[in-house]
Design a protein around this ligand. Structure first.
Ligand code: PRX
Length: 637
């Protein structure tokens, strides 16, 4: 049992050493004690970094939904599994018990089967954050269909690309969605996408916003009447450990999105194990991750990880700013949330607003706070710690990726002392390595390099759908016998890791490697600055120089921009050194962001480099209009 739930730092080190000395027996013990198997594995791990091929719990048979639902029914049947908080504050929250979830998943699974979906078929799910999204995901897993969830903020073009890449047979969507005070016509987007998708046979449509939409005869079907007539019992399909569970697309630095394929047993074991430890989940806790299920964070830490632990997991349909900037905190108070997991970009946006929005609510139920998706700057970390956690909640800065399936480097609350901006230590079983550009491992502490993982872990993506060669080239070719993350990291004097950002965001100025994230941290400390992004651009003498895009807080105060530029550079000079000073600073009202909140640095680099003839596709941006503004005001000399 002690392997599964780590509670002290000494225990962590003990467990970690054991997990590295003998990974097979370490994971075997966890898999044996905590999950339901129809057949035991023949071999815990077989792997080959050359091919590359990784198999965990080879030969085992299971169904992940039995582990996430059925096995809790006897002891937790009436416990809330999914707590749904709607967009609108006037609509009531829904408490979906494990019993009810079981019934809804079985019915949905029967509908899918009835419409011809079979084991191994791909089902695309394009839904807002409503319970049907989680139910559809689980229903696919129930019958062995491979789900491919596409974030419902993606455009029709992006949706079509993803449907076609994996030839999905079925699409599950809704008539529309609510986002703050807006209604979005999802079905219209779907119709446009499907003009170019031949593989889709049926579209199941959830009624959510009650508007008139067009339904194509023979293709589109309202879901509810089908559910009403479906049986509420559905035997789970018994899956092989290495059968694909889902495909999730992630954008590469170049080319089309990559359909990362995750398989069943290893993913389940790792998502469950990391959820339990990183969030120190206890039986009566109410856990809330604000991500969308359209991203890996939602797959692993809204659906599979929490449910595999019999947890109560909150699903929020809305946005942090509606009806006002206090919405997150209102929900925390209302449902007595104990663990809260969000992205630094959300924290920064909320920190920009008046603190009264936070102070108004009772947040005393909170025990643990988490962040994910990008480096968190010190200022945002402290704001989170002071205003949300009231300095009593450990913060877990969790580093991981779509490709890793689960959290890889993170503090364990109450065990690992946190340091702002450090993801700290690898979780058990995770063996990070820092590499130099020649391909040699950089040993020791107080070093930085390219972050690789030198031993397989259970939830690693096994391939890219239909493109194993690309999988090999992207992740296993730069460094022999290792998985290359694409991130840079620093290991400090005690062995803590700090992620410095994508290695392609490193700028070499006069021969010095400068990570852009620490420079942004420094700029963001300026009281007038809300957010910033730094990129490199070609410079005659230095090779590359730094270009800063800075969003100012709306204080109503008009400052002299030249003075502000000087102050910002002084701060950078103080925090990092004169070498990191910016040559150009452009003030802007926004930054181009992906729908998941990541800054599109590719576009910023092009603008800064005056290379705007081929700016690339901006249609998947959250705010494509900002690109024009940035180009108009670019500082060119
Ligand atoms: O650069 C790292 C950054 O996000 C990348 C992975 O993005 P994605 O596949 O969309 O998954 C995000 C959710 C897991 C990483 O390569 N990243 C993620 N978490 C952190 C981070 N950077 C710094 N600190 C983190 N905690």
């Amino acid at each position: 049992m002690s392997n599964y739930h780590i509670k002290h730092l000494e225990e962590y080190f003990q467990v970690y050493r054991k997990s590295v000395r003998n990974p097979e027996s370490y994971w075997e013990e966890i898999a044996e004690e905590h999950f339901l198997w129809h057949k035991r594995w023949d071999e815990v791990l077989s792997y080959d970094f050359e091919k590359p091929e990784f198999k965990w719990f080879k030969g085992a048979k299971l169904n992940i939904t039995e582990n996430c639902i059925d096995r809790h029914l006897r002891t937790r049947g009436d416990k809330t599994a999914i707590l749904f908080e709607p967009n609108d504050t006037t609509e009531k929250a829904q408490h979906i018990s494990y019993n009810e979830l079981h019934e809804r998943v079985c019915k949905m699974a029967n509908v899918l089967k009835d419409k011809g979906v079979e084991k191994g078929d791909r089902v695309c799910i394009y839904l807002p954050m409503i319970p049907e999204l989680a139910v559809s995901v689980l229903a696919c897993a129930r019958i062995g269909a491979i789900h491919s969830v596409v974030f419902a903020g993606f455009s029709s073009k992006a949706l079509a690309t993803r449907i076609n890449d994996s030839s999905c047979k079925m699409l599950i969507t809704s008539d529309g969605s609510f986002r703050g005070n807006k209604k979005i016509d999802l079905k219209g987007i779907v119709d446009a996408a499907l003009e170019n998708c031949e593989s889709i046979e049926n579209v199941l449509v959830v009624k959510r916003i009650e508007t008139n939409i067009s339904m194509q005869n023979g293709r589109d079907i309202w879901l509810q009447p089908l559910l009403d007539n479906a049986s509420s019992s559905c035997e789970p399909e018994i899956m092989d450990a290495e059968d694909p569970l889902f495909i999730l697309y992630t954008s590469g630095s170049t080319g089309t999105p990559k359909g990362m394929v995750h398989t069943t047993a290893g993913y389940m074991v790792y998502a469950a194990f990391t959820f339990k430890n990183v969030f120190q989940y206890r039986e009566d806790d109410v856990y809330w991750c604000t991500a969308d299920i359209g991203w890996i964070t939602g797959h692993s830490y809204i659906v599979y990880g929490p449910l595999a632990n019999g947890a109560t997991t909150v699903m929020f349909e809305g946005v942090p700013s509606y009806p006002d900037y206090g919405r997150f905190w209102e929900i925390v108070e209302k449902h007595k949330v104990t663990q809260f997991y969000t992205a630094p970009t959300a924290i920064r946006a909320l920190a920009k607003e008046k603190t009264e929005y936070v102070e108004k609510y009772d947040l005393s139920s909170l025990k643990i706070l988490g962040t994910v998706g990008e480096p968190i700057n010190e200022e945002a970390w402290h704001w989170y710690d002071e205003n949300v956690g009231k300095k009593k909640c450990p913060i877990v800065d969790t580093w991981w990726q779509t490709e890793t399936g689960g959290i890889m480097i993170s503090p364990i609350p109450y065990s690992t002392p946190a340091i702002p901006t450090f993801a700290t230590l690898p979780l058990p079983g995770i063996q990070p390595a820092l590499m130099d550009e020649e391909g040699k491992e950089i040993k020791g502490n107080q070093v930085d390099g390219r972050l690789c993982i030198k031993f397989p872990w259970p939830s690693m993506a096994r391939t890219i759908w239909n493109n194993h060669q690309r999988y090999k080239e992207t992740y296993f070719s730069a460094y022999k016998g290792m998985y290359f993350t694409g991130d840079g990291a620093l290991r400090d004097s005690v062995g803590y890791y700090r992620i410095t950002g994508r290695v392609d965001d490193v700028v070499i100025v006069s021969g010095h490697n400068l990570g852009t994230a620490p420079i942004e941290d420094a700029i963001n400390e300026h009281p007038a600055v809300a957010e910033s992004a730094i990129v490199g651009y070609p410079h005659e003498i230095k090779g590359s120089a730094l270009y800063g895009y800075v969003i100012l807080k709306e204080t109503g105060e008009t400052r002299n921009q030249d003075n502000l530029r000087k102050e910002i550079n002084q701060l950078i000079s103080d925090r990092i050194g004169p070498i990191a000073k910016l040559d150009k600073i452009q003030f802007t009202s926004g930054l181009p962001k992906t729908r998941s909140g990541k800054i599109m640095r590719r576009i910023l680099r092009k603008i800064a480099s005056n290379d705007t003839s081929n700016i690339g596709d901006t249609s998947t941006l959250l705010n494509p209009e900002i690109v024009e503004e940035l180009m108009e005001n670019v500082i060119s000399s």
